[in-house]
Design a protein around this ligand. Structure first.
Ligand SMILES: Nc1ncnc2c1ncn2[C@@H]1O[C@H](COP(=O)(O)OP(=O)(O)OP(=O)(O)O)[C@@H](O)[C@H]1O
Ligand SMILES: [Mg+2]
Length: 128
């Protein structure tokens, strides 16, 4: 599927089920996808790719959202979850990832395992 000029692929095991707060989970996914789309807008590169991978791990279900928009510079990686941290001057509140982190850590704790937000600084974002 192509959105704007982004080639979108997904690999999701449709049989997997989780019990969670659906709206909150959707909100975090939207925030992360929006960040990828924003990053592509800044880059204007060819061959834009965005993918979602959902897999079953031993103790949890993992979702990885990955883009090839260049990644997050090492210098800012520690700050991206802080409230109001944004590199998008006027266009970003800087709350997107802060909200994701809060939702995942505080509200989406499931079973014995809880929820963990992992963000690779290269070019892929994942929730496990
Ligand atoms: N996929 C990504 N690729 C490159 N940089 C990213 C990506 N996701 C986040 N970032 C960086 O992390 C910063 C913080 O992201 P966050 O979603 O919290 O705020 P924002 O996107 O700037 O504002 P808002 O979410 O309100 O639109 C961004 O400004 C950007 O610099
Ligand atoms: Mg954002």
């Amino acid at each position: 599927m192509k959105i704007n000029n982004i080639k979108y692929t997904q690999d999701i095991d449709e049989n997997l089920m989780i019990t969670t707060f659906e709206n909150e989970l959707i909100q975090t996914i939207i925030n992360i996808l929006k960040n990828s789309i924003d990053a592509f807008k800044e880059k204007l590169q060819e061959n834009q790719k965005l993918s979602v991978l959902v897999t079953e791990e031993k103790t949890h279900i993992s979702m990885e959202i990955e883009d090839n928009a260049g990644g997050i510079p090492k210098e800012i990686i520690r700050k991206i979850f802080e409230p109001y941290f944004s590199t998008k001057s006027k266009n970003g509140t800087g709350l997107g990832l802060y909200i994701c982190k809060t939702i995942i850590q505080e509200h989406l704790k499931g079973g014995n395992h809880g929820a963990k937000f992992r963000k690779h600084y290269k070019n892929n974002n994942s929730i496990t």
